[in-house]
Design a protein around this ligand. Structure first.
Ligand SMILES: [Zn+2]
Length: 471
C-alpha cells in the first residue's frame, strides 16, 4: 500500500458483487484531486481505487476553506464512486489521515434517491466501511453520523410534496428520533394549539390547503448540558406554490424542498443526539403547505403574529417569514441562550451569492465568527450579510399596520427578509438567520456529493457550530 506516491490516497478495496467487471488499463501518470484510478487483483482485494488527494495549499486563503479536509472528502468520494461504478458490493476506505472527512466524503457520495423506483431498476450501492487496519475509528464514526444525517436531510427535501406533507414530515421525524435512544423528545402540535398560542401569521399561510398544518417541537438535552437551551427554528413549507401570488410553473416542483430549513433542524438534532453532544437544543418547526384556493390569504390581508404585531401580506409568496415570525416568538418564550433560524427564504440570496454558500445575518458577532469558522472546517461555508436599519425601515415604516411582508425598495430581498424576522426576536436574545435558498439543490461547487438534487446543506456546519457555540 505504501508503494504509491504519498500524495495519492490509496484507500479503497473491495469484493465484487458480479463475476466480471470492467478493467482499466490506464495506470500511469499523476492522479488529480477528485480523480480515482482502479487497479485489479492486488493481493487480497480484487479491486483497489487510488484517488488523488491533491495539494491543500492550492486553495486560496480567500476561499476560506480547510483545503486539507475538503480534499479528503473529494478523494474519498472519487474512490467510492469509481468502485460503485464497477458494481463493487463492499468498499473499505482508508482513513486518509482524516477519518472523519473520509467518512463524510464516502457516505455523501454513496447516495442515490430512488425509493419510488421498482426494485429491479434501482442502482445498488456498495456497503462502505473503514478499512480494518486504518486508524481513526472514533473520527470515522463521527463522520459517518454526520454524513448519514445529511443524507437523511437530502431524502426529506427530495421526497415529493404529496409524500412529504406536514403530517408525514412530523411522523417521519418522530420515527427517526425514536431510533436514537438518547431521550430526544418530539411534540407534534396541531392547528388548534397554534390558534390558542395566537399564531395568526403562521396559520394565514395554511388557509389555502386541505393539508393540516403542524408545529414540531423537538428537544434534545445532552448529559452535562445547561438548563438554558439553544433554539433552532426551521422553515417547513412542504410545498410552496406561492399561494394567490402564484409562482411561474417552470421549476415549481423544486418547491417540494421549501422545507429545507426544517430538514436541517431535524437532521442537526438527530446528529447531535447520536454524537451524545453535551448540548441542550430545542427545535421549532412550523409545517404547512402554501396553496391558492378560495380560502387562501389574499394579497393585502392583514394578519397578527403571536407577539401582537400586525402584518400586511402584500405577497403571499413571501410566506416563509410569516411562519417563522410565530416560530421565533414561540422559541423566545423558552428564553434560549440564542436563536438560529434556517430557511430556504429568498431567491435573492442565490442572486447575491450563487449556490456555494449560505447567507448569514446575525445580531451577534461572536456567533457569526463561530459559524464562519465551522463552515470553513466542514467545507460548507457561510457568508455574512447586513442587518442595516435601512432594511428594517423598508419593512416597518408603514401606515395602518406594523409590518409589510414585502420591502418598500428595490433589491436586497434577502436583507429585507432578515430585517422582517428580526422584529420577532427579543432585543436581548442573540439571533442568527441563515438563508439556505442558494444551497438548496443542484449545487455546482460540491459535485463530489455525487447525485444531483437536494443537498441537506449546511447541516454539518450547524452541528459543528452548535457543539462549540459560546455567547
Ligand atoms: Zn414562497
Amino acid at each position: 500500500m505504501t508503494s504509491f506516491d504519498s500524495s495519492c490516497a490509496l484507500f479503497t478495496w473491495s469484493s465484487p458483487i458480479v463475476d466480471e467487471f470492467p478493467r482499466s488499463k490506464s495506470t500511469c501518470g499523476p492522479i488529480k484531486c477528485g480523480q480515482a484510478r482502479l487497479y485489479w487483483d492486488l493481493g487480497k482485494y480484487p479491486a483497489v481505487a487510488v484517488a488523488g488527494l491533491g495539494d491543500a495549499s492550492k486553495w486560496d486563503e480567500l476561499d476560506e476553506i480547510n483545503g486539507a479536509k475538503e480534499n479528503v472528502r473529494i478523494a474519498a468520494s472519487a474512490g467510492v464512486r469509481a468502485l460503485a461504478g464497477c458494481k463493487i458490493g463492499r468498499v473499505e476506505v482508508e482513513d486518509l489521515e482524516d477519518a472523519q472527512a473520509a467518512a463524510e466524503g464516502a457516505l455523501l457520495a454513496n447516495y442515490k434517491f430512488q425509493p419510488y423506483k421498482c426494485k429491479d431498476k434501482q442502482t445498488s450501492l456498495p456497503e462502505v466501511s473503514l478499512a480494518e487496519q486504518a486508524e481513526g475509528a472514533v473520527e470515522w464514526e463521527r463522520g459517518w453520523i454526520l454524513g448519514g444525517a445529511q443524507n437523511w436531510a437530502r431524502v426529506l427535501m427530495e421526497t415529493p410534496a404529496n409524500l412529504m406533507t406536514p403530517t408525514i414530515f412530523a411522523e417521519t421525524v418522530q420515527t427517526k428520533m425514536a431510533t436514537v435512544g438518547n431521550g430526544v423528545q418530539v411534540l407534534v402540535h396541531d392547528e388548534a394549539w397554534a390558534k390558542e398560542k395566537g399564531m395568526g401569521s403562521f396559520l394565514s399561510v395554511t388557509n389555502g390547503t386541505k393539508e393540516p398544518a403542524k408545529f414540531l417541537e423537538i428537544t434534545y438535552k445532552g448529559e452535562g448540558s445547561d438548563d438554558k437551551c439553544i433554539a433552532l427554528v426551521g422553515k417547513g413549507v412542504t410545498f410552496d406554490s406561492g399561494g394567490i401570488s402564484i409562482k411561474p410553473s417552470a421549476s415549481m416542483d423544486q418547491m417540494r424542498a421549501d422545507m429545507g430549513g426544517a430538514a436541517n433542524v431535524a437532521a442537526t438534532i438527530y446528529a447531535l443526539a447520536q454524537l451524545k453532544a453535551p448540548v441542550h437544543v430545542k427545535g421549532f418547526i412550523p409545517l404547512c403547505e402554501n396553496m391558492p384556493s378560495g380560502t387562501a390569504t389574499k394579497p393585502g390581508d392583514v394578519v397578527f403574529a403571536m407577539n401582537g404585531k400586525s402584518i400586511c401580506v402584500d405577497n403571499t409568496d413571501a410566506e416563509g417569514r410569516l411562519i417563522l415570525a410565530d416560530a421565533l416568538c414561540y422559541a423566545s418564550t423558552f428564553e434560549p441562550k440564542f436563536i438560529v433560524d434556517i430557511a430556504t427564504l429568498t431567491g435573492a440570496i442565490k442572486v447575491a451569492l450563487g449556490d456555494c454558500v449560505a447567507g448569514v445575518f446575525s445580531t451577534n458577532s461572536a456567533l457569526w465568527n463561530q459559524i464562519h469558522e465551522a463552515g470553513s472546517d466542514t467545507g460548507d461555508r457561510v457568508w455574512r450579510m447586513p442587518l442595516f436599519k435601512h432594511y428594517s425601515d423598508q419593512m416597518c415604516d408603514h401606515g395602518g399596520y406594523d409590518l409589510n411582508n414585502l420591502g418598500k425598495g428595490k433589491g436586497g430581498g434577502s436583507c429585507t427578509a432578515a430585517a422582517f424576522l428580526r422584529e420577532f426576536v427579543p432585543k436581548n436574545t442573540p439571533w442568527m438567520h441563515i438563508d439556505i435558498a442558494g444551497v438548496m439543490g443542484d449545487c455546482s461547487d460540491q459535485t463530489w456529493m455525487g447525485a444531483k438534487g437536494m443537498t441537506g446543506r449546511p447541516m454539518r456546519t450547524l452541528v459543528q457550530f452548535i457543539t462549540n457555540a459560546k455567547v
